[in-house]
Design a protein around this ligand. Sequence first.
Ligand code: AMP
Ligand code: MG
Length: 423
Amino acid sequence: MTTVQPSGGARAPMISLDEAVQRLVEAGTAHCISEVETVSTFDALGRVLAADVRSELDVPPRDNSSMDGYALRLADLGPDGGELEVAQRIPAGAVGQALVPGTAARIFTGAQVPPGADAVVMQEACEAVPAVDRGLGRVRIRQRPALGEWIRRRGEDVQQGAVVLAAGTRLTAQAMGLAASVGAGRLVVRRRPRVALFSTGDELAMPGEPLRPGAIYNSNRFTLRGLLQACGCETIDLGIVADRLDATREALRRAAAAADLVITSGGVSVGEEDHLKPAVQAEGRLDLWQVAIKPGKPLAFGEVRRPVGGEALFVGLPGNPVSAAVTTMIAVVPLLRALTGEPSVVPRAITMKAGFDWPRPDKRREFLRVRVAEDGSLVLFPNQSSGVLTSVVWADGLLDNPPGKPIARGDAVRFLPFANLLG
Ligand code: AMP
Ligand code: MG
């Protein structure tokens, strides 16, 4: 069998995924985005902090009650409780008076505990004795509380001066809440990475169009755009580019002018219809790799010159839909993290148990589409072909299997949840 070589070159070298990721991350670090902007904490979801968020206050700012009940002084109670005059009422948001010995304060969840009180008794454990004429009446405590009971201590969540969110943190909804809890209404973040995207392939049609003979719908455009958006990128979508050298070169120039990173799908295997390689070589610089992973394998990496000087990074993904998605998650996302200066670029894997046998592993490192069963074991999607997009929708993540390693039911395996790959 003869193999058609990409124009003018030897067969692309086979490299390990770790080596490929290292190269991508080095390039991302070298092109790390330096521009920062200040955004409202409301709009910070998915953004990466460019500066530490430090708290100027204790959270909570004062001791407060975690129950509706009565604040009191233990010294005023006997071993079996006792009865106290209710001298004040402190709803949340109000500030009470120092507790006069022998009295209790009616208190509500979130209200500041008055000075002198050292425990709160929840209302379910007391009996209110109504006032005869005026006043707030009395309260009967049936059981002596423990010291500090139902009191949330000042600073138990955050202490004044503490860094609550470090520079390089990608902001989740929870992190936005934490920033707000220390009073940060605006946050300094890095500019979003700008990623230009186009698909190659004359067989591609857009959903909504009728499917002419020989055509398939362009799914990569949607998967990749969605993955990039989930990673906090601004996407510049250049659509489908015809399988022609001039059209591909023109698209690369437009993409590089607008973006930090140019991503394409398709056209990186060794077919003679693949114009990406000569186009990138003419517009910049290109390495073609065979990454020893399945799905995946062909990956192009390089740079495209900008008309104004400098260059955009370039990643050419394989066209097969599962390969394109998986390669983005495991190789492009670390590059994006490096671009935004995140300190940790490698996804967190979890050791789990296989709930299936995989007796004939590939000699390449495999990323199997698996789902977490209720018993905590991993279940395999029956069709692991790189064209079967249903597998990535069904799955909860990828099982990262070393080259040539058979799996038997019950074996410990490395699991990469999609949430860890993209989060
Ligand atoms: P290629 O890498 O261009 O040789 O494409 C490999 C396989 O992926 C072929 O079966 C293509 O039809 C398919 N493919 C390429 N691009 C896309 C796309 N954007 N959406 C869906 N399938 C694609
Ligand atoms: Mg193609």
